[in-house]
Write a protein of this length. Sequence first.
Length: 484
Amino acid sequence: MSPTRPAAVVVLAAGEGTRMKSATPKVLHPICGRSLLGHVVAAARELDPEQLLVVVGHGREQVAEHLAAVDADALTAVQEEQNGTGHAVRIGLEELARHGVTPEGTLVVTYGDTPLLTARTLATLVSAHQADGNAVTVLTAHVPDPTGYGRIVRDVTDGQVTAIVEQKDASPDQQAITEVNSGVYAYDAALLADALTKITTDNSQAEEYLTDTLAILREAGHRVGAWTAADHREIAGVNNRVQLAEARRVLNDRLLHEAMLDGATVVDPASTWLDAGVVLEPDAVIHPNTQLLGATRVASGAEVGPNCTLTDTVVGEGARVSNTVAQQAEIGPEANVGPYAYLRPGARLGRGAKAGTYVEMKNASIGEGTKVPHLSYVGDATIGDHTNIGAASVFVNYDGEAKHHTTIGSYCKTGSDNMFVAPVVVGDGAYTAAGSVITKDVPAGSLAVARGQQRNIEGWVARKRPGSAAAQAAERAREGRADD
């Protein structure tokens, strides 16, 4: 269903969130790759509102800075004192007016701590509001335990909302009602603006309650309706770390469900975690105990896991990644990574390349078919195609003040336990001997040997370690040779 474009969405995000017990403003706590507020703003943007405004208060500098990073076009209004939800919305409308904007049409009010609320549900709320010709439409849900929520009381004849009764004010019959107020509304913007001028602070908290506008509008003869969310979990706010974890589980399950319906295989959803920006192409396979974070993308036919954490990493078609940590890396088609590999930012593996067991790479481009199989560090380097890097090799890229680059050509064979002291170039088709410390360029097709000559000192153990286990073993060996 395509909704009529709302005139504005106002997101209330000024609260302190003391129950989080955190120096971080509540709406900035992360969940599945976005902040709580980031999820709400992303859902609101899918409605394509003419204006999107966030009311900030506690931690306003941090929240405003974060908002500028995730949605530069969103406006902010500052609620200096938290004097209630009605006051917050009024502050938001005043800020829009300062920008020369008087919303006409539908205005949606939502909250910065409801990351599970989907754009689809918001769009349906807007559509129902407009179709019914309501002055305000409340988003509601039927919850298993309504304790603490405002109950929705409806007219039995036409289904309109006659009241929202708070827990402390509800009669026994009203407390039995399971339909509750989410605090999310679609309003006629002009009628809302007028109603906000009529609410008072005549209540126990001495605050301006947005819920009071419903009674004001109904008493003025306007329609007050409701739309019920299909999944009650969508309206859940996050107020503490327990609820944050619960919301993360729900959102992760939702992301996995969508990925599997789109054709990816997730072997064990219970131990697999996705961020909202992750893309799994059809026929990608994700093995257990894997986290895919940020803007990670796994192409068709690739397998990731078990025991992987990939952040902002691209995995090409048919690649295999096992027991690996990767950040801002590019793993080419049919490449093989792991087990126990660490790909740091700027690591790029070509088609069919390999970063094997206990290999670390950083800011390194590895050519097609090139293999770094074992126990090596490759940093600030370019390696050509179909080259083999011997075990226990180190690209010595740091001189204590600056990083330097190493280039190794195509079809090279470098020996085990090599040190490449940058800056250095090894030409195409060259070989290096095991145990070499390469400090000078190696011409194409050459063999580089950079190690001291071996010298054997006979009888050293017997003289320097007399009576030791090694000396006794050596003595037995000599006696055995003598017997021969």
